[in-house]
Design a protein around this ligand. Structure first.
Ligand code: NAP
Ligand code: GDD
Length: 325
């Protein structure tokens, strides 16, 4: 059988790096779209850089996306690139719309014009549920996004379905709940906490400044979630799936578990609440029901909340020790 070919946008990001590893292990030829930066930011993919092929391109630039599809001639396209930080979407709402919403249309256009037989994955988000109208959230739960990012993702979700219905494409939307890892960006709350706790443990900081500790998220491990993306594209028919653990925890519970991971029982003295990290509109509570994915894809998360927190704290301690040498 011919070697399968995959094009990943957002390969330098958390999910892109795990997905690239996953596909390489399945013997795929992996291409990754990277945008120009004045210094390369290949930190997350440096261990596999010689096994993948990077193609320059930007979600803002249709021609570069069309050329990337032409060049890579993919069987599968994973559109993971986005402005993915919710807080930034209020300070850069138009840019977020350009990347996260219209970027999906540009990728779909590239696919439609160059390789309509390729299978397409759109990285949709539980952030679309926002002010949730039912619990737990499923593929049928209506959306009420609470941030410009969430609104942009709703657009990305529906344009994917629209292209599937209009042009008979194999285009799917994965509605993924929060997933974290040692490769998570430092601005997201879980990594901010694991990094902060590691710094406190090593005597490099005295406290962590956070915003709303009451928000609850359904947190899973990114390594488990990229398998679900791939499984969605291995089906005979395209469909949209919720991917989640089915359990949730508050930010406060994450903080507590992270301090417990270093054997520190009293976390309160280390945490400062700062208005700077409060949002104009909050998503208070997310919990997903991944029964459809379990039934059709045979997918289940493997890493528990406690294992995830410990994995992140341990990794940050090791990283800080290594960097201080
Ligand atoms: P991430 O770490 O922030 O990675 C985002 C990627 O998009 C990076 O590779 C980034 O490149 C790239 N990118 C941003 N703007 C671009 C542009 N204009 N042109 C080309 N590439 C661009 O995000 P992630 O956590 O891996 O998430 C992957 C996707 O899943 C995103 O679409 C996110 O919104 C979505 N999602 C994530 C979660 C989650 O919990 N992680 C949950 C649901 C959905 P640079 O390295 O150059 O910045
Ligand atoms: N980032 C951050 N920093 N969040 C904080 C802080 C802080 O100091 N303090 C409290 N929080 C709260 C936020 O208000 C939010 O309720 C929660 O922690 C999670 O914030 P993030 O980790 O930034 O993630 P998110 O849930 O907003 O968005 C992530 O998950 C989405 C899926 O639901 C991102 O990965 C999105 O790209 C993704 O779509």
């Amino acid at each position: 059988m011919a070697q399968k070919r995959a094009l990943i946008t957002g390969i330098t990001g958390q999910d892109g790096s795990y997905l690239a590893e996953f596909l390489l292990a399945k013997n795929y030829k992996v291409f990754g779209l990277t945008r120009r930066t004045s210094t390369p930011n290949y930190e997350r993919i440096k261990h596999i850089e010689d096994k993948i092929e990077l193609i320059p391109g930007d979600l803002l630039d249709q021609q570069s996306l069309t050329s990337a599809v032409e060049y890579s001639n993919p069987d599968e396209i994973y559109n993971l690139a986005a402005q993915s930080f919710v807080a930034t979407s209020w300070s850069q709402p138009v840019l977020t719309g350009e990347f996260t919403a219209l970027g999906a249309t540009r990728m779909l256009e590239a696919l439609r014009q160059v390789k309509p037989k390729a299978k397409f994955y759109q990285a949709s988000s539980s952030e679309m549920f926002g002010k949730v109208v039912e619990t737990p959230q499923t593929e049928k739960t209506p959306f009420h996004p609470r941030s410009p990012y969430g609104v942009a993702k709703v657009y990305g979700h529906w344009i994917t379905i629209n292209y599937r219905e209009s042009y008979d494409l194999f285009a799917v939307s994965g509605i993924l709940f929060n997933h974290e890892s040692p490769r998570r960006g430092l601005e997201f709350v879980t990594r901010k906490i694991s990094n902060g706790v590691a710094r406190i443990k090593l005597g490099l900081s005295k406290n962590i400044a956070l915003g709303n500790l009451d928000a609850k998220r359904d947190w899973g491990f990114a390594g488990d979630y990229v398998e679900a993306m791939w499984l969605m594209l291995q089906q005979d028919n395209p469909g949209d799936y919720v991917i989640a653990t089915g359990t949730n925890h508050s930010v406060e519970e994450f903080v507590k578990a992270a301090f417990e991971a270093i054997g520190e029982g009293s976390w309160k003295k280390y945490v400062k609440i700062s208005k700077e990290f409060m949002r104009p509109a909050e998503v208070d509570f997310l919990i997903g029901d991944a029964a459809k994915a379990q039934k059709i894809l045979g997918w289940k998360p493997k890493v528990s909340f406690k294992q995830l927190v410990k994995m992140m704290v341990d990794s940050d301690i090791e990283l800080l020790k290594k960097n201080s040498k």
